[in-house]
Design a protein around this ligand. Structure first.
Ligand SMILES: Cc1cc2nc3c(=O)[nH]c(=O)nc-3n(C[C@H](O)[C@H](O)[C@H](O)COP(=O)(O)OP(=O)(O)OC[C@H]3O[C@@H](n4cnc5c(N)ncnc54)[C@H](O)[C@@H]3O)c2cc1C
Length: 394
């Protein structure tokens, strides 16, 4: 029986869960057809993007080699996919040596994710967008604290001990909480007055967590305040220049570091791979993740616009959505290959988790019309579980 080739583009959260689900479910396969399963990523590792704030405060490595996640049964190709010729069922890629190549597929899963939204370079600061940025953030606040020790001018010392985090989504909340903990800890070690550490989180909305109930947003703010973060609502940071932060309300503040956490944008490569995209740049798929106008091409995770046909609600761009889509995808692929009706997308339950510094967290879900909130150590355990399970780690 002829072997089928299934290629997954992207070893992020959606891609690794798709690989796991396909490998585990295929066993015996469709009409006993053997499967060749290939994972293509530009990196040799799965990048734990949701933990980008960690290397900004500690030496934790947030890369997991793909061969560690899948020691056998999967072929890896480290390459950047440049376009897809869906009529010919082939894709083009450039490998790490710069060689251009082509690969044929029967089934293709595009899980190329998103990129972090960056401010304009003239706005200054550092965006929490890559591992290098994260390291740069850590080096900057550590160097600033060392300078503060020798600084005799009180105003300049205060500036060196002040950090602005601009953007109060999950990433901004978690980043500010971690910075508050580690910057305080380091200040104490260096003999500085840790009460002088200022971590300001700027939020353009009127409250935190607009996706959930107001009282949960308030609880989050309360926890942040307790860990040393001041949240300022309804204000936009315009730019940081030479240590001065300028806000949309005309206020200015002297800061030693400005960190941007502005959310996500669709991967720009999606506009160039010859597949249909929405006006804002997400792949267009039907309710069973099939890319419009193609056969055998599916897309899940941050790079696709996926809508629950029952509610009309578009999925969020989060790990929980990506992993649930991956689990459903394999059933869809098998149904399509066997000519059966395929399952359709169903939105995920309302569930959000926040890390609020080491060993502190909060989780919220709505069940049976009730808001359930888990805080402290339990909130933290749930947070840790979601981080690890999303990356297929124990
Ligand atoms: C700072 C930050 C904090 C976040 N916090 C949370 C959180 O707390 N909770 C939550 O649920 N979500 C969070 N998110 C969102 C979450 O990271 C995404 O929803 C998730 O990464 C989506 O997974 P994905 O697999 O679709 O995409 P990604 O994780 O972006 O993976 C895409 C993969 O595709 C690869 N790739 C891209 N282009 C190509 C190409 N041309 N060729 C080959 N390979 C390619 C990339 O290398 C990458 O491995 C956060 C995101 C950021 C940036």
């Amino acid at each position: 029986m002829k072997e089928l080739t299934c290629i997954v583009i992207g070893g992020g959260y959606a891609g690794i869960h798709a690989i796991k689900a396909i490998r585990n479910t295929w066993k015996g396969g469709v009409n006993k057809r053997p499967l060749r399963l290939i994972l293509i990523d530009k990196n040799p590792f799965h990048f734990r993007k949701v933990l980008l704030f960690k290397p900004a405060v500690t030496n934790e490595d947030i890369r997991v080699p793909l061969t560690q996640l899948f020691p056998e049964g999967i072929e890896f190709v480290q390459a950047t996919v440049t376009n897809i010729e869906s009529g010919e069922k082939k894709l083009n890629y450039t490998d790490v040596k710069g060689n251009k190549n082509t690969m044929q597929y029967d089934i293709l899963v595009v899980a190329a994710g998103s990129v972090v939204r960056q401010p304009d370079p003239s706005q200054g600061g550092i965006a929490l967008a890559s591992l290098d940025d994260s390291h740069k953030i850590k080096e900057t606040w550590r160097a600033n604290l060392k300078k503060a020790v020798a600084e005799t001018n009180a105003r300049e010392r205060q500036r060196l001990m002040t950090i602005a985090v601009c953007g109060a989504g999950i990433s901004g909340i978690e980043t500010s909480a971690e910075l508050a903990h580690y910057v305080h800890e380091e200040a104490v070690k260096l003999g500085l007055d840790s009460n002088a550490v200022r971590i300001n989180l700027y939020n353009t909305n009127k409250s935190l967590f607009p996706d959930g109930p107001v009282k949960v947003g308030r609880k989050l703010e309360h926890s942040l305040r307790a860990s040393g973060v001041t949240v300022q609502h309804g204000v936009k940071v315009l730019h940081e220049k030479d240590g001065t932060l300028t806000l949309s309300n005309g206020e200015t503040l002297s800061v030693g570091l400005c960190v941007w956490t502005l959310g996500l944008l669709p991967n720009p490569m999606l506009r160039n791979i010859k597949l249909p995209v929405t006006s804002d740049g997400f792949l267009i798929v039907d309710s069973s993740y099939r890319v419009q106008g193609t056969t055998g091409v599916y897309s899940i995770g941050d790079c696709a616009r996926i809508v629950d046909p029952a509610s009309g609600r578009a999925d969020g761009k989060t790990c929980k959505e990506a992993t649930a889509q991956a689990a459903r995808l394999v059933k869809i692929v098998l149904a399509d290959l066997e000519g059966r009706p395929a399952p359709v997308h169903k939105g995920f339950i309302d569930f959000f988790c926040f890390g609020l510094g080491p060993e502190q967290g909060m989780a919220w879900t709505r069940m049976w019309g009730m808001d359930l909130v888990f805080t402290g150590k339990l909130g933290w355990r749930l947070r840790k579980f979601t981080w690890n399970s999303a990356s297929l780690l124990k």
